[in-house]
Structures are given as C-alpha cells and as structure tokens.
Design a protein around this ligand. Structure first.
Ligand code: XMP
Length: 514
C-alpha cells in the first residue's frame, strides 16, 4: 500500500482519487501522526508528500520524519512536498517574490535527460500544468537532476533516479494538469504496484474500519432515500447487521411512490431495521399559509430535527449517528465555513444533531466522490436504476411548489413529475441529465379542451446538465420531445393545462425554483 503524508493541501484527496483510479490502494495520514513507529507499522511500498499552505522557510513548518528517506521506497513530493524533500536532503528553497510566484496554468518544458518517471510526457514538446506556489526550489539536493522546467520553477520536475525520489512543483492530481495521471501511473509502476486493487477491496476495508470504530454499539442512520445515505446504510448494515437502525423521515413532500419504494427496499429487501416516521400531517400543517422560500426551508429543517430526535430517541443504547457525507461536502465545509459568502438558500441538513443528541459520527463515505459512491453502491448490489437516480433536495417538493403548498398542488405535481421522468427514461436521456423535475407554478391560466374552457395550473419543466450542482446549464431537448411531453402531461394530469420549459442556466438561476 501507498502512504500519502498530508501537509494540508486543499487537493490531497484528489491524489488519493487518482491512485484509486489506477487501482492502487492508498491511505492519507496527516503529517502530525506520521512518526518512526507509524512508518514501521505501515510499511509503505511508496510514499507521496502532499502540497500544503505553509512555507518551508518558516521554523517549525511541517516535516516528515527523517527515517522516511531511509525506507528504500520511492517517494514523490508535490509542491510543498517537493520543497520539503529538497530542504531535508540538502538543497535550498527561496522565498517567493512576485516575479517567480506562479498561480494557475503554466507550461513545463523538458530539461536534462528523460527518465522512466516521464514516460509519455513531453510528447508535444511541453506540458500544461497547474501551479500554485510562492516559494520555489533554488538548488537541488545532492543526487538530484532536473527533468523539467517552467518560467517560475527552474526545477519544476526533479529526480534522483538511483533512490527513486521524484519531486514536482506543480499539482499533477488536478484537472488542469491534463496529463497528470501519467506521472502517477509511472510513479506507481516504478514502485512495483500492479494495479490490482478494486472497489471490492475498498468495501472490505470500509467494513473493517466501521467495525473497528463502532464495536458492538448501536448506530442510527438517517435515511433520505437518496443515493448517499442509502449506500452508507447498506455498507454499515453489512458491517454490523442488526445493530443498525434506519430512521426515514417522511415529510409528505416526497415524489410519487417514493416512500413506499424506500421502505420496501430497505425493510423488505435488505432486512434493515427501519423506522418509517410518517409525519406528513405535521409538516404540511406547519407549512400551511407559508409562501416565503426561506421560511419553508427553515420550517422543514426545524421539524425534521424534532421528528428525527423523537424517533431516534427511542432507540435504546444508540451511540453513533451515521451520515452519508461525501468528500466534496467535507471540502466545502472546510474552505467555506466562516467565509464571507452570503446565504443563497438555507440548506436543509442535520448539522448540529450529533451534538444535540450526544451521538458520535460515523461517515464511511467521507473520502469518496459521487461517482465512487455509485461504484460502491454497485459493489453492494444496489439496483443500477437506484444508484443512478438524480439528486433530490432535502425539503423535497416544497421548493418545487412556489407560493403556498396545498395537498391538491402536491398531488398534481407528483403526477406531472412522474410523466416527465417517464418521458425522459423512454427517450434514453435520463443518464445524460444531472437533474430533471417539474415545478408547479402558482398561477392558473385559461385553456380550451374539447369544447370546454379550462382554468388550471401552469407548470415548468426543468432539466440541467452539471458536474457538481454548483453551476449548470439547461438541457437542450429537441422540440419534438418537448411537444410530446407537454401533450402527455396535459392529457394525463388533471389540473394542468399549460407547460413551459425553463431555459435558465445557473448562475444566474439556481437549479431548484426556491
Ligand atoms: P440549487 O437550487 O441551489 O441546488 O442550484 C443545487 C443542488 O442542491 C440541491 N439542493 C438541496 N439539497 N438540501 C439538499 O440536500 C437542500 O436544502 C437543497 N437545496 C437544493 C438541488 O436539488 C441541486 O441538486
């Protein structure tokens, strides 16, 4: 296995992701934890030093233990990790001045001789890379030679091939170093990895870690019916069986048949103890007369916590709360918490619950990205149609029903949404779309059906493409598709007589209507 020593870079987890893509097993450990005894016990086959925000010029800045260089295994240093390696081994680092600091795109050109590490690089003469550094290496440590250079980093790539030590100033793990994967591939090959690690192995390891953390204690999992919490629940159930109880809060704002499907799948198919907290009366009652979007969100969020606490409180001896937190949630909350950004929407989550209930957290998906969670779900035997489902917001249909929420409008919305999604599936477009749904508008319009006048609701169809939900564009359906869908909705759903298509991108729009 490979050890990544984390010096605090924002993108350390991306290194792990690149390695998982290469089917190499790795673990990230913070530098504070890595000492001689740790290295001895871990016995890595290769080591990577991550980047980090500190400066090696500062006394007391983060270091690996010196013994790491005596292990006889390949080491790759990235950015801060490069500078640490050079300084530790007898080179020098200079503080950045404006002229040599590089942030963003840069080009590295070959220098010196080629090496196995570079196999597949510089085919085009130079390589685009992503830099983010103030300081830079000014003199190489003994034994090192330069392999690549950029305007701000004379030693952008350095190597000591005899010891198999490699050091790069840029970040090969990020998207903007398009050929970065090749460097990781070459590095792990040099280190003797065969690339035989799989998601199956990840699952076994995750199960082992859950057992280690939880022991014979009881765990509660808040199940939303979404992919993340479902994968977390099935994984934890494999690890600890009956000691897991799921609580599914049904606020009456779910899609057509959704509550039944979730209950059937978890309780009947997986045999996971499940409490179906059917509290739609409570939620819909409290939402009566509420039309302000933020008030809706806050009302639902508050009740959700109350209801969850009420049901979970009855589970005797529970000590842990499981959440399907993913890596992007972790990064966002680290880099944006306390930041000056304004609240566009109060997100519905169960933040604060663990403290309130005196529970410890279990978050088995914390290191994974969405597509990896899907792969893990696949490994756990969850149905493909379930794993590929579009995201669904915590406040549910409430935020797809601008204006006041009534039971009548919710019933119409559920039917229209089901027809729309059926259309998308029939045309084979579901997997190309990030998210698609219907919003029922708070206006009635006049129409004519048969020989009669109608005065019914208008609705808007929404479908967007996106990679992470942060930015999005509308999906370019054909006019035929849109026409056919409008006809079907108006014919099949009583209460709607006009269909529009929302062609707003995000920004300036948001994906949901509220
Ligand atoms: P917006 O509407 O802000 O949505 O462009 C971006 C993504 O987040 C989802 N969303 C939520 N998810 N709780 C959630 O769990 C919420 O309160 C919430 N609000 C929006 C939305 O469906 C889209 O995928």
């Amino acid at each position: 296995r490979l050890l990544i020593i984390d010096f605090g870079s924002q993108v350390t987890q991306l290194i792990a992701r690149r390695l998982r893509e290469l089917n190499v097993y790795c673990e990230i450990h913070p530098y504070q934890k890595v000492d001689d005894a740790f290295l001895d016990a871990f016995a890595p086959k290769a080591v990577i030093f991550s980047g980090g925000p500190d400066s090696v010029m500062r006394p007391g800045s983060p270091r690996p233990p010196k013994s790491v260089y005596e292990l006889g295994v390949p080491i790759l240093g990235i950015c801060y990790g490069q500078q640490v390696m050079m300084q530790d081994l007898g080179g020098t680092v200079e503080a950045g001045e404006h002229a040599t600091a590089e942030f963003g795109r840069a080009y590295v050109e070959p220098a010196g001789r080629s090496d196995d590490f570079l196999f597949g690089w510089f085919l085009e003469g130079r390589e685009q890379v992503w830099m983010s550094h103030g300081d830079h290496v000014a003199a190489l440590a003994p034994g090192f030679e330069v392999l690549g250079t950029s305007p701000g980093a004379p030693f952008a790539i350095a190597a000591d091939p005899a010891r198999r030590f490699y050091a790069v100033q840029f970040h090969p793990e990020v998207h903007h170093t398009p050929n970065g994967r090749t460097l990781y591939e070459n590095f792990v090959r040099l280190a003797g990895f065969t690339g035989d690690w799989t998601m199956e192995a990840y699952r076994d390891e995750a199960i082992r870690l859950i057992r280690e953390q939880v022991g014979d204690k009881k765990v509660i999992c808040g199940l939303s019916g979404g992919v993340d919490s479902s994968v977390a629940a099935v994984l934890i159930h494999e690890a600890i069986g009956e000691n897991l109880t799921c609580v599914f809060v049904d606020h009456g704002l779910l899609r057509h048949n959704e509550a039944d499907e979730v209950v059937a799948m978890f309780r009947d198919h997986y045999n996971i103890p499940l409490i179906h907290a059917e509290e739609s009366e409570l939620f819909l009652g409290a939402l009566e007369g509420v039309s302000d979007p933020e008030e809706k969100r806050k009302t639902i969020g508050r009740l959700f916590i109350d209801v969850f606490q009420k049901y979970a409180g009855g589970i005797e001896g529970a000590e842990f709360l499981a959440q399907g937190t993913l890596y992007p949630d972790v990064i966002e909350s680290v880099s944006f918490s306390g930041g000056p950004s304004v609240t566009i929407k109060s997100h519905h989550n169960v933040g604060g619950l663990p403290e309130k209930m005196g529970l410890k957290l279990v978050e088995p998906l914390r290191e994974l990205f969405k597509d990896e969670v899907r792969a893990l779900g696949h490994e756990l035997g969850l149905p493909a149609s379930f794993i590929g489902r579009h995201p669904f917001p915590g406040p549910g249909l409430a935020i797809r029903c601008p204006g006041e929420i009534t039971r009548e409008k919710l019933a119409i919305l559920r039917k229209a949404d089901a027809v729309y999604i059926d259309q998308i599936r029939r045309h084979g477009l579901y997997d190309e779309i990030w998210q698609a749904f219907v919003a029922i508008l708070p206006v009635r319009t006049v129409g004519v059906m048969g020989d009669g006048r109608t005065y019914d609701f208008a609705c808007a169809l929404r479908a967007v493409t996106s990679v992470d939900g942060m930015t999005a564009d509308y999906y370019p359906f054909s006019h035929e598709f849109l026409g056919e869908t409008a006809t079907r909705i108006i014919n099949e759903v009583k209460g709607i007589n006009r269909v529009t298509y929302d062609i707003t991108s995000k920004p300036p729009g948001t994906i949901e209507w509220e």
